[in-house]
Design a protein around this ligand. Sequence first.
Ligand SMILES: Nc1ncnc2c1ncn2[C@@H]1O[C@H](COP(=O)(O)OP(=O)(O)OP(=O)(O)O)[C@@H](O)[C@H]1O
Length: 597
Amino acid sequence: MSFDDKYSYKHNRKRLLNLCRGEFWGLSAAFVSFFLSTYANASLPSMLGKLLDSSSKSSSPDNKLRAKAGFIFILGGLGSMTRTLCLGRIEGRLRGSLLKKVMQATLSKDVETIKQHVAVVEDEKEGEKKEEEKKKKGSKAPAASTDPSPSYILSTSVPSTTKTLTSTLPSYVRSLSGTFNATYKLLNISPSLTLYAGILVPAVGVGSVVLSKIKGKQRKKREALEQRAEDIATERIANIKLVKAAGTEDKELSVYQSAVDAGTAISTAASLADGIFLGFLFTSTALTLSLVLSKGGDLVRTGKMTQGDLTSYATYTFLLGAGAAGVAKARGEFKDGVEASGDVWRAIDGGGEGGVKGGEEEEAKDGRIEVEGLTYSYPGGNGRKVLDGMDFKAGAGEVVGIVGKNGSGKSTVAMVLKGLYHRGVQGGKVKVGGVEVKGGKGVKGVNVVMQEVGFVDGTVTENVLYGREDEFGEEECRRVLKVVKGDFVGEGGSEGRVGINGCKLSGGQRQRLGLARGLVGKPKVLILDEPDTYLDKDSKEIVKGCVERARKEGTTVVIISHDADTVRMCDRVVGIDGGKKVYDGNAEGWIEKMERE
Ligand SMILES: Nc1ncnc2c1ncn2[C@@H]1O[C@H](COP(=O)(O)OP(=O)(O)OP(=O)(O)O)[C@@H](O)[C@H]1O
């Protein structure tokens, strides 16, 4: 079964309905209250007719009838209230549970898969073209699946999935039962008059089929456009400094506006189709009602029908129209919701890509690194070999530099060593401390300080010990902060907050805290990816201090750097070009080679 077959409409609907299983008691209560309110709704027009007949026939009130009417009014009110309450609670619970599952699945995906989303968005236009071509050729292959961003799934697809179950589906059932009930009552009160009301049925049927087809097509386009607009907004806001510094606010606003406008144009077309249908329904209902009332007036005048019956009849005619419109609307919305749920199921299943890391990482026995014939292509990167049979070795406790031009593959080696990139590995062997790194599983005892140090909104201590809080406490934090002279940080010291993504920190402070994080727990291997980018001349001494400290602790240090001073700290240097090792020797030799070239 292919990936697209798995997420067919039938599969998505089955999985959506399966969500009900865990909500048996809530749904049972909602069903009972739904039954009560439907019963009250269905009885209301006949009851009103009876009240009219009773007050027009006699001046003394029919208390029994009034009590029955009062009971029905209260029953209907209570039923509606309980149904709304039950469904609202179920909606909240289901949404919460799906949000958690999507987030869990997103966090368990590998870095390469999450990064790939960017490429999918960029390829959207290409995808649309291919789809058009497929249609022209009459191919029955399933439509290419779009890949919404995790944030779009959390903010849009999950709520529309749960609403389909707790709002659309009940409206569908309510409208359907309302339509059947109204038809039954109409036939019961006057079969001859029902001929007139029957005019509505074929018109509504044809209208609903046409409308749901038009809406289905528009939904797909609208979703893709909404997602595009959200991605643009997220990216531009995250890069607000870039936008402001370049003074491109107006340009970015117009890019965003055209994405929003494209979505609005589709929504307008969908609303127009909805509006035409509902307008048509209103006119045909009004026409039918006027026919019913004029013919019914004749029947009342000739004594074949009471005024109360005619009132009930007119109300049921109206309810039939409203029920049929509700069925058509809910049917289209249900289809949309089932399709939106497909994004949620794909996200929860991990979309067949990446995957959850299984089990504990094995501890490195020592700091040896052995990379043999490593070949790597980025997933979605057109098969280009970023690493092409790369060899690299480091002995325990050695300080080795990985050097080379921009884009030569240095950071990719670091990510593979840490076990963060694995899907793109096409060949070769990677071992750290005698333990093989494979299948997205890293080796315990390897710390990496990334080129862009990441932060979460919390204190300095929380960020330095990030992910290791169970193993280490404040004492370890103080020790590593001292090495990087990190007692500088903010007003609150190590208890001061760094802000969302460390927005309160300077570039140099970020890098120093990154280095401190790298030293936590005296790792067997420490990988430093361009640790000196944001540091001034004095602060570069901090990298030196950090490397010396690691050396003393017997840690193998891998430094990726372009800086000659940093490279000189290394015992040995490995040069890469085009994903291949082109140099293995001392630092001075490499620096001379660079100067010659
Ligand atoms: N997600 C990705 N998808 C496709 N190609 C990528 C991706 N990330 C990086 N690359 C490509 O892989 C190559 C190696 O990138 P890498 O970051 O390893 O280089 P680097 O040597 O560390 O460069 P720099 O010195 O500029 O940091 C580059 O040509 C880059 O364009």
